[in-house]
Design a binder for this molecule. Structure first.
Ligand code: F6P
Length: 548
């Protein structure tokens, strides 16, 4: 693939970028009352409003020409057909096959059947130890892609599930100890979630769980363990009964694995039918991605607009801000998806990139964020493109599974949330000029001198881009579509930037170095094998460790 920045389409975009020195979103909206209709799109039940981005029709035409020049349609076809798009590991990235329903590979369908069998039995209180006491608590032990997808899906679709309760533990030590202190070993099932079955944190937690069962007088651990992994033999050696080992495959990337058996804890929390809905929502988005014309293709448009802001406006970070209870974990899930996929500096052929790749992604629940970091979003010197995500109606009582406030209260709370969500994106776009601010201050009765003094501090520059994504309601199907949308957005950017979105070599060195540092914490010999800072930190922390 030609070097991106040397392509004709890229050069056209560079020229077009210059025209944005004179443009403002405020003027574009004033000049075109149809701007929202022109730059919004519905697909798979979702609405994308991309009208508040630094785009005009010509911008999208040029970006679509770039996508065409990069052979995007063929790349999408290869991805969805299960071709080896993971060029460094020579593997497919065929997460779409996991939600292909009847067309899914046999091993996928068989695994879903086995997942459904266990999840239904657990929800029907039909499994337990030899004494047949029902399992009351399921503890998922996993990290990264082996936790964020199912934790997000469970929080979004079944936050109040009680039979059985589903817990997610990532970090060894305190959090597991604290949880185990509240559980009954006889009615607890651990699911060890690890594609590699070698992730240190997860294995430490699994060993701690086994020791806890032992200490609780449970000799036969088998009924209290299940595993989700691509390393079945290792899981069996750990002591997980073979009928409780759910396979993963090397063609499923960890951060794309919610749809596989990694989703088992979510299926237990939300029920097998709801999990099927999650898969169906994602399959809807796969079909849209595969068939919609690029200019009407939601993942393609989101990706290209994101690339435009990142590469042509040097916006080094982007924020994803859900105004939606149940989506608090979305930014965490997306951080891994995008930063582990797009945090690359060489092309698929190993050549250094000539332009930036993935921006830093951050975010949190909007209602809280607006009382924390929105100050910078509105008045900081570095514009940050934002994705606002919400829904048109509050979650139904039935989908929540627990007692909830009255319908009118829920509607009221939802309207408050939507009004804040829409107000923030409007102000980021529109801004409030110093003159308007001064006028307002005068109308509040301030003196001309005081108004002039305060106006620059209170004015909002505006012209700050954002997308708004609206779900009809947050449920399993809309969540499936939303997450698949972001997976495909991520792929499109990797395709244009010519990077491999499906490997993560950069995380391996840290694991190895941490492994070599660990024994030094129990050694009586001062650390002296590293740089002076690392040695210094190891020795200082050992000297100041109050427990030893
Ligand atoms: O260290 C990063 C990573 O390999 C992620 O890509 C992955 O999702 C996570 O660790 C957990 O890996 P595993 O499922 O093999 O335990």
């Amino acid at each position: 693939m030609a070097s991106l920045t040397r392509t004709p389409a890229w050069r056209e975009l560079v020229a077009h970028r210059r025209s944005w020195e004179q443009r403002s979103l405020r003027e574009l909206f004033a000049a075109d009352p149809q701007r929202f209709q022109r730059f919004s799109l519905e697909a798979c039940g979702l609405l994308l409003d991309h009208s508040k981005n630094l785009i005009v029709a010509e911008t999208l035409d040029l970006l679509l020409a770039l996508a065409d020049e990069r052979g995007l349609q063929n790349q999408i076809r290869d991805l969805l057909a299960g071709k080896r798009v993971n060029t460094t590991e020579k593997r497919a990235a065929w997460h779409s096959a996991l939600r292909a329903g009847a067309d899914a590979p046999r091993e996928v369908r068989n695994t879903l059947t086995a997942m459904r069998k266990l999840a239904t039995a657990l929800r029907d209180n039909k499994t337990g130890d030899g004494g047949n006491r029902a399992i009351t608590d399921v503890v998922s032990l996993g990290i990264g892609g082996s936790v964020w997808g199912p934790a997000l899906a469970a929080a979004a679709c079944a936050p109040d599930t009680v039979a059985p309760r589903v817990h997610f533990i990532t970090t060894p030590g305190e959090s597991l100890d604290r949880l185990l202190g509240t559980l009954d070993a006889a009615t607890t099932l651990f699911i060890v979630q690890s594609k590699s079955f070698s992730t240190h944190e997860t294995l430490l937690n699994a060993q701690a769980a086994r020791a806890w069962l032992q200490a609780s007088g449970i000799a036969d651990h088998g009924p209290h363990f299940a595993a989700v992994t691509a390393q079945s033999a290792t899981a069996a050696a750990f002591g997980v009964p073979s009928e409780r080992i759910f396979p993963m495959w090397d063609w499923v990337g960890g951060r794309y694995s919610l749809w596989s058996a990694v989703g088992l804890p979510a299926m237990i929390a939300m029920g097998a039918d709801a999990f099927d809905e999650l898969l169906a929502g994602a399959a809807d988005m796969d079909m849209h991605f595969a068939t919609a014309a690029p200019g009407k293709n939601m993942p393609v448009l989101l990706a290209l607009i994101g690339l435009w802001h990142a590469n042509f406006f040097n916006m080094a970070s982007r924020a994803v801000i859900p105004y939606q209870p149940g989506l608090e974990l979305l930014p965490v899930w997306l951080q891994q998806l995008e930063m582990e996929s797009l945090g690359k500096s060489v092309s698929r052929r190993g050549k250094p990139l000539r332009q930036d790749s993935g921006p830093v992604l951050w975010g949190s629940a909007g209602t809280e964020g607006q009382h924390a970091y929105f100050q910078l979003l509105h008045q900081g010197t570095r514009p940050v493109p934002v994705d606002f995500i919400s829904s048109c109606s509050p979650r139904s009582k039935s989908s929540l599974g627990g007692p909830s406030a009255g319908a009118r209260d829920a509607e009221q709370a939802h309207a408050v949330m939507l009004s804040n969500c829409f107000a923030q994106s409007a102000l980021l776009m529109h801004g409030v000029s110093a003159a308007e601010t001064e006028q307002a201050l005068l109308q509040q009765g301030l003196s001309a001198r005081e108004a002039a003094r305060l106006a620059p501090h209170q004015a909002l520059p505006g012209n700050r881009p954002s997308n708004t994504l609206l779900l009809p309601v947050l449920d399993a199907r809309s969540l499936g579509a939303l997450l698949a949308l972001y997976e495909h957005r991520c792929f499109v950017q990797s395709a244009i930037w010519d990077i491999n979105a499906f490997d993560q070599w950069g995380v391996e060195h840290g694991k190895r170095l941490a492994g070599s540092l660990l024994p030094e914490f129990t050694s009586t010999v001062p650390s002296a094998a590293h740089d002076s800072s690392t040695d210094g930190l190891v020795n200082y922390s050992k000297q100041h460790n109050r427990r030893t």
